[in-house]
Design a protein around this ligand. Structure first.
Ligand SMILES: Cc1ncc(COP(=O)(O)O)c(C=O)c1O
Length: 347
């Protein structure tokens, strides 16, 4: 068992363990009794703390168990039965949630033209500026992933334009921020600045990929959407009974800006990896790496050799593109020994 757990790799930022300060915070609140379901004073204080850190003291914060749940809950909160969510072709909501938006939220997804993981302004415009009479679904929400599933970022100007277009056409804006911290760190922005730029009405704020054991938060910025959220969270099976242990993890993430330390480190390790593999003959970095992921194409046999020693995913079997993901606990030695192994595998 312990030998299997000693293996290191680049499969995902959720392949990493839990940050020690997060574990300590869980242990620290493991005493006494507290009301369940988030009705304890500690959880409520952490909800307020997260809202403050996001520069949105009036926002309503709802801790949930996982990122897919946060996204689906957001759609359920924002959309009427005849409305659809506009997403990118690579959106986790579209490609990796087993159709939960359709099955659980009853929401149709409209895929906008996508470039490097980002929806284009023109692509969204085409979907939202058409007539949408009663025979077609009506776009009701634009969901943007920041940083994207392809490790790229929306720049602040792009976010502002997209939010403006969405709001001008009566759509709400949702941000899938499973890696919101990585995006803020990469752009040199505070969480509050990034959130303000995105114009979000709802945010799925990630924790699990940034050092938590488990936990995400749905942050509701549009007060019109907040009523009913407590019921919807429970109905979407995202209400933890021992909620204080989720809250404690976010408390630790905010203490001393651990969110930034973890995310900036993961991003720096991806930059190091990019520099180390980018010059190896036979490796083609296939996306502009901006946050904590490196995407590359390499020959299948080299890829298979590497996977005997290191965990990582083949992202696209047809092109041979792989994804190498760095996390809060990726070390310089991890990166350097992996880069040497890539070199060896290509000899
Ligand atoms: C962009 C994005 N959103 C949401 C999720 C969902 O997270 P979870 O696996 O906790 O449901 C992921 C997980 O990979 C993700 O990458």
């Amino acid at each position: 068992m312990s030998a299997a757990l000693a293996r290191r790799g680049f499969a995902s930022d959720n392949a990493a363990g839990v940050h020690p300060r997060v574990l300590e915070a869980i242990a620290a609140c493991n005493r006494g009794h507290a009301y369940g379901y988030g009705h304890d004073r500690y959880t409520q204080a952490v909800e307020r703390r997260l809202a403050q850190a996001l520069g949105a003291p009036d926002a309503a914060v709802f801790f949930v168990l996982n990122g897919s749940g946060a996204n689906v809950l957001s759609l359920r909160a924002a959309l009427r039965p005849w409305e659809a969510a506009v997403v990118s072709a690579n959106a986790h909501l579209h490609t990796d949630e087993v159709g939960a938006p359709e099955a659980v939220a009853g929401t149709k997804l409209l895929v906008a033209q996508t470039c490097d993981g980002r929806v284009t302004l023109e692509g969204v415009r085409r979907l939202v500026e058409r007539s949408n009479d009663e025979h077609s679904v009506k776009p009701g929400l634009l969901s943007l992933t920041q940083s994207t599933e392809l490790g790229t970022l929306y720049e602040v100007g792009e976010l502002r334009e997209l939010a403006q277009l969405a709001h001008d056409n009566g759509l709400r804006v949702h941000v899938d921020g499973a890696r919101f911290a990585n995006a803020a760190a990469a752009l040199g922005l505070s969480l509050a600045e990034l959130l303000a730029a995105s114009g979000a009405d709802l945010l799925s704020f990630g924790g699990t990929k940034n050092g938590l054991m488990l936990g995400e938060a749905v942050v509701v910025l549009d007060p019109a959407l907040a009523p009913g959220m407590l019921h919807l969270r429970k109905q979407t099976l995202q209400l933890a009974s021992k909620m204080r242990f989720v809250a404690a993890q976010f408390d630790a993430l905010l203490d001393g800006d651990l969110w930034l330390e973890n995310a900036a480190h993961a991003n720096a390790m991806a930059r190091r990896l990019h520099e180390a593999v980018g010059t190896i003959e036979g490796v083609r970095v296939s996306r502009p790496p901006a946050a904590n992921a490196v995407f590359a194409v390499l020959p299948t046999d080299a890829c298979e050799r590497l996977q005997r020693e290191f965990d990582f995913y083949v992202w696209d079997e047809h092109t041979g593109e792989v994804r190498w993901m760095c996390s809060w606990d990726t070390t310089e030695q991890d990166v350097d020994s992996f880069a040497r192994a890539v070199q060896d595998a290509l000899r």
